[in-house]
Ligand binder design. Structure first.
Ligand code: NOJ
Length: 673
């Protein structure tokens, strides 16, 4: 093979070139605690690399590591100075989550590298190998010849020996990560935002993402070929600043972790807590004020154009309307009422003029103090809404005054929003600029005892372990697309894909629970689900703050509503009895405060019958199962409403037969007798 062809195949990266062509070098090895996964890492002709295997099967061929800094490469002139091994095993508890206890068990290998000549700069690469995958990060130690530096490119590669079917959203052309995940061979993808989920075969699934995104740029990936006949190499492509640089840093400095989760089933990916384990432990001394819960809101009414955010005859955030929502919330056991459009700044083009937003000044027809008091008396809290129109600096300038006001009023949760493709009209949400801004919001909010629901975020990376007041985030094509999307709404397979893709990055504020599918504005656009599937989403899509998204009047006299009001939003345990990405998924979760279980099962456009063994229940105990299922003739296209609610006594030996209509679902509450 001539050198030019080799260069083309390896994307012109000198190190990748050397890895394919040279054999001299060091090779350190590391095994996962159960011995199933093994890592090899070292330096070959000055280039750091790693590879990953499962038993005798190669998962990742030798792949390049390193950087291009502003003043040149930092990836091809290293020698291995020191190798360190360690092991770690702890179990920690989540204040909220999909289970309580998380085991953090890994073997660690650190390569301390030093440049062979010249400036003799130092770089360490830390690998943590868990039973369920690999995390690695770069650490720039404090040193004489590398103080302030600028990363122009991260050279991390993932050289797969094969091509694989993968679900991802493209970086190019996607705003706010609100795109449909599509399945295609890796080789055919253009740009990829992580997480990207690979189905290599029916017993090998992998997901690539990152953990602990701190003061860095978000990870994207670009596919290219490699020396294997059908192999595909993914290369890191960090989100740039508007000026082209990727990251401004100063040593000592650590990058986010690059994560590779490996599972036998799609469910294994969902149950991996590798991303959380690679985040820092909780930094908040007191987390007792952090309260998962359910909320309603003056919200869908705007998307249905019944109300406006701005002032005028249809203003939604009025005192009277909000009192009505508070009454409803109190009556049905909701903890929060979100009110959008309560504050000055919405009149005119708010996405362009975000600087006009005030986060302390209510509109005249919204009596903030009176409403906060009224809510408190009723055992409900207002949820603040801070749409910024992307004007991050304007928001930062008001953070302290706004959060101090909310705290004084008993408001302990805020939904933030950044509807503008650029923050401050210049930087991308997922750039280092955006990442710094969102962190500032979360940390400031924690100081004031405020939980955050971040819309239009950078892609989540597990930061809720460190700051559990970061409850939930958007960064997903959510329910609102069923209000105004010109393509008619989210297709039925969308929510059968999300738990295995975007959901792996953290809780999603998808906002399920639309009961009235009539859309006066865009009659052809509405949820592409049955009513029963709207219920099942409360179990399938995890979010510790979970909205009942419809206008409250649409829940009156609806027997189905009783599932939502009984369904917890934080769990003691989660299991995934069965799933096929994009086709169907069944999830069972156990309540934290009782012996009750909740099941959600959803399908794509295909009707299907699923057997559900209840072997997760306690042996010997009896339970009452209340089943909310698609009724006679239910079909997401023609007849979404029919629903049957039945009760039966079950035990751990029972097997339920679930009949899911096209675009349908089943929701089950299982109460211990
Ligand atoms: C987009 C958010 O996702 C949506 O929930 C909100 O209503 C609007 N922005 C206005 O802030």
């Amino acid at each position: 093979m001539n050198i030019d062809r080799l260069k083309r195949l390896t994307g012109n990266c000198l190190c990748a070139l050397l890895l394919t062509a040279c054999s001299s070098g060091t090779a350190e090895t590391l095994q996962s605690p159960d011995g199933r996964l093994s890592l090899t890492a070292g330096v070959k002709d000055g280039c750091p690399y790693y590879s990953l295997a499962q038993g005798t099967e190669t998962l990742i061929n030798p792949s390049a590591l390193g950087f291009i800094l502003e003043d040149g490469p930092l990836d091809d002139n290293f020698r291995l100075k020191e190798v360190r091994h360690s092991t770690f095993d702890e179990t920690w508890a989540q204040p909220w989550g999909e289970e309580v206890e998380v085991r953090n068990h890994y073997n660690e290998l650190t390569l301390d590298l030093e440049e062979r000549n010249g400036l003799k700069r130092r770089l360490s690469i830390v690998f943590r190998l868990f039973d369920d995958g690999l995390g690695f990060r770069y650490v720039f130690p404090e040193q004489e010849n590398l103080k302030q530096f600028v990363i122009m490119d991260e050279k991390t590669e993932y050289a797969f020996p094969w091509d694989a079917k993968a679900w991802s959203i493209p970086t190019n052309g996607t705003k706010y990560y609100e795109a449909l995940f599509t399945a295609s061979p890796l080789s055919r993808k253009d740009t990829i935002s992580t997480p990207v989920t690979l189905e290599v075969n029916d017993s090998l699934y992998m997901v690539l993402h990152e953990a602990d995104l701190t003061d860095y740029a978000s990870l994207n990936l670009t596919p290219g070929t490699n020396k294997q006949e059908k192999g595909v190499t993914l290369r890191a492509a960090l989100t740039p600043w508007s000026t082209g640089e990727k990251v401004f840093a100063a040593a000592p400095f650590a990058t986010p972790w690059r994560t590779i989760i490996v599972g036998k089933t799609p469910g294994d990916l969902m149950l991996s807590r590798l991303m959380l384990n690679l985040n820092e432990p909780c930094k908040l001394e007191d987390t007792s004020w952090i309260e998962p819960g359910r909320y309603v809101g003056i919200w869908w009414g705007m998307h249905m154009e019944k109300y406006t955010w701005a002032q005028g005859p249809k203003h939604g955030a009025t005192t009277a309307n909000t009192m009505r929502y508070i009454d409803f919330a109190a009556k049905h056991g909701f903890s929060g009422v979100l009110v959008e459009g309560w504050n000055y700044g919405w009149d005119g083009d708010w996405t362009e003029n975000g600087d006009a937003f005030s986060f302390t000044k209510p509109y005249p027809d919204y009596d903030l103090k009176k409403l906060a008091d009224y809510a408190r008396q009723k055992g409900v809290r207002l949820i603040g809404h801070n749409e910024t129109g992307g004007a991050a600096t304007n928001y930062e300038q008001q953070l302290d005054s706004a959060y101090a006001l909310y705290r004084s009023l008993g408001i302990n949760a805020v939904k933030t929003g950044y509807v503008n493709p650029m923050l401050d009209h210049k930087e991308l949400q997922h750039s280092q600029y955006g990442v710094r801004h969102y962190r500032k919001v979360i940390v400031t909010a924690a100081r004031y005892g405020i939980m955050i629901d971040n819309h239009e975020p950078a892609m989540p990376t597990g930061l809720q372990r460190t700051y559990p007041n970061l409850m939930t985030q958007e960064g997903v094509r959510g329910q609102e697309y069923n209000a105004w999307s010109p393509d008619g709404g989210n297709p039925p397979e969308h929510t059968c894909i999300l738990p295995f893709t975007r959901g792996l990055a953290g809780p999603m504020d998808f906002t399920p629970g639309i009961f009235n599918f009539r859309n006066p504005v865009f009659p052809g656009t509405h949820p592409q689900t049955t009513l029963a599937k709207q219920l099942a989403l409360y179990v399938v899509l995890f979010s510790p703050l979970q909205m009942a998204a419809d206008m409250v009047e649409n829940y009156e006299n609806q027997p189905a509503f009783s599932f939502i009001t009984s369904c917890p939003t934080t769990w003691a345990k989660t299991i995934i009895p069965d799933a096929k990405i994009g086709e169907f998924v069944t999830i069972a979760r156990k309540d934290r405060n009782s012996e009750n279980w909740f099941v959600g099962s959803i399908t794509n456009a295909e009707a299907r019958t699923l057997e559900l063994p209840l072997d997760f229940l306690s042996p010997g105990a009896s339970y009452k199962a209340t089943v909310y299922e698609d009724g006679e003739g239910a079909d997401y296209k023609t007849n979404p409403y029919p629903m049957k609610i039945t009760e039966e006594e079950v035990t751990a030996d029972s097997i339920l037969t679930l009949q899911l209509a096209p675009g349908g679902g089943t929701a089950i509450r299982i109460e211990k007798l």
